[in-house]
Design a protein around this ligand. Structure first.
Ligand code: TXE
Length: 480
């Protein structure tokens, strides 16, 4: 059984306590590797390695740091198929999705920030005859990056790349549910001669390894993506220690379809936004609001298209949906389907676990599920399910749909389908979301600010926002 190792001080190390956790393949439900169950001693070793590497790393020029990051990006590109296979096996997602989205984005995350630091402008404020100011943006030191299981390498590198690019050293922890591609990234760093101790990867449980990282006095900032409950727990520990925090949390995203939309585009994009990655993307559109004039027509076309989504083994080329990430998560989603029935919903399609033939009979497969007839403020329409479950709700007016869309505690993303540009801009202005797509979904420009409001998080990732997060701004004022 392959044992995953920590990557500390440029070396692959076993956990100091010698304990391991089972790593399960969602497609089969079988253990296929072991994860270090690291503790505070392993975190201490990693922080020490980061602190030791920091002076030399932060003293490099942006051009020199850029070269190191580009070497990692190029190696990810060379190993794309191996990484995609590993991601599909570890997460349960279709191989095609890992090949077309997850791993290319991990490659691009490193390349984007490697080049961003070559073009970042510094602020200068001229006071005329009185003098002038310039702003120094200096790295924080050792920072922690903690990421979830839904887009493992994609989100892991989305945090690590800007942290490293801005001159920090990193102690990073992937989710214990999907650790494998982070382990492969360690090997890539060793292959390209990435400086030892600059990036350290420590595997383990959130409440043990993750918490030790958050609590460590020398960790100056925490970049976290995961559940809102966990985000609150991390904030409670980090706030009194005055650590910088970037929290990208849950979502319950509205998808608003007006009757003047491009109908075919709205249907096609809404199905993708609902079920990509088995609905396990914080940006998925799980609450679909359709204007009453086209509700019945949309419902029929949407369900028809959903019926064509084949649930199958992730590595089979015609599988449009793979396995959800774990048994516990599958049971959580099934409990929400049961709740939807109790809350008065009607299941238009799906609602059941899918049993595949051996060797996939132990896997965690669910039908794409479409439910109508629920009130906008019931639990299934208010709480994040984070799986292949969407609701359809009709609306009459713009005011009514904005009230329903804005009624949850979340505020991450929103999609709007209309061909009336004034309406699109009006809705975009009024919706409680950090990201709004008009007539599309998951189109991503890495320069844009990324993140949510309300219980979807604090702060923004992406572009120069991310580089600013990982630095301290110092105003230097010259008075003639
Ligand atoms: O997230 P967790 P999980 C939502 C979704 C999902 C729920 C839980 O609803 O069902 O969050 O998912 C680490 N101190 N999203 O279990 O528990 C943990 O080890 C420090 C939305 O993945 O938040 C993992 O590495 N770290 C989200 C990471 O935090 C801790 C994507 C995320 O774990 C910790 C994924 C602690 N006390 C889930 N407890 C999105 N917005 O994209 C856990 N961790």
């Amino acid at each position: 059984m392959e044992k995953i190792a920590n990557y500390i001080g440029g070396e692959l190390l076993a956990p100091m306590g010698g304990d391991y956790l089972d790593n399960i393949e969602p497609a089969t439900g079988k253990v296929y590797s072991l994860i270090p169950r690291s503790g505070s001693a392993d975190v201490e070793l990693a922080v020490k390695a980061a602190q030791k590497a920091f002076p030399a790393w932060s003293a490099l020029s942006n051009a020199e740091r850029s070269k190191h990051l580009m070497a990692v990006s190029n190696r990810i590109s060379e190993k794309l198929d191996e990484l995609a296979m590993a991601e599909s096996k570890d997460n349960g997602k279709p191989l095609k999705l890992a090949q077309s989205v997850d791993i290319p984005r991990a490659r691009d995350n490193f390349a984007f920030f490697a080049t961003a630091i070559l073009h970042q402008e510094d602020e200068f404020h001229n006071m005329g005859e009185k003098g002038f100011n310039y702003t120094l943006r200096q790295p924080l030191g050792t920072v922690a990056c903690i990421s979830p299981w839904n887009l493992p390498l994609y989100l892991f590198t989305w945090k690590i790349a800007p942290a490293l690019a801005s001159g920090n050293c990193v102690v990073a922890k992937p989710s214990e549910v999907t650790p494998f591609t982070a382990y492969l990234l360690s090997q890539i760093c060793m292959e390209v001669g990435f400086p030892a101790g600059v990036l350290n990867i420590v595997h383990g449980l959130g409440a043990e390894t993750g918490q030790a990282m958050v609590e460590h006095d020398l960790v100056k900032a925490i970049s976290f993506t995961g559940g809102t409950v966990t985000g609150a727990r991390i904030a409670a520990l980090a706030a009194p220690r005055f650590k910088k925090m970037s929290l990208e949390l849950g979502g319950k995203n509205p998808n608003i379809v007006f009757d003047d939309c491009d109908f075919d585009r709205a249907v096609k994009t809404s199905v993708r936004a609902a079920f990509a990655n088995q609905g396990q993307i914080c940006l998925c559109g799980s609450r679909i609001f359709v204007q009453s004039g086209i509700y019945e027509k949309f419902k029929e076309a949407f369900v028809q298209r959903v019926k064509g989504l084949k649930v199958g083994p992730p590595q089979e080329s015609d599988s449009r949906m793979g396995a959800v990430v774990s048994k516990a998560h599958m049971e959580k989603i099934l409990s929400y389907i049961q709740l939807a029935k109790e809350e008065g919903g009607t299941i238009l399609h799906g609602g059941k676990q899918v049993k595949l033939a051996a060797p996939y009979d132990g896997g965690y497969y669910l039908e794409p599920t479409v439910i109508e007839g629920l009130s906008f403020d019931c639990r299934v329409n208010q709480e994040e399910v984070f799986g292949p479950l969407v609701t359809l709700t009709p609306f009459e007016t713009e005011e009514e749909v904005l009230m329903m869309a804005n009624s949850t505690e979340y505020g991450l993303a929103c999609t709007v389908f209309t061909q009336d540009l004034n309406k699109a801009h009006r809705v975009a202005k009024e919706i409680h979301s950090g990201i709004v797509w008009i007539n599309d979904w998951l189109v991503r420009d890495l320069r844009t600010p990324f993140g949510g409001m309300k219980n979807s998080g604090v702060g923004r990732e992406g572009g120069f926002e991310a580089l600013k997060f990982f630095t301290e701004a110092k105003n230097v004022c010259f008075n003639f």
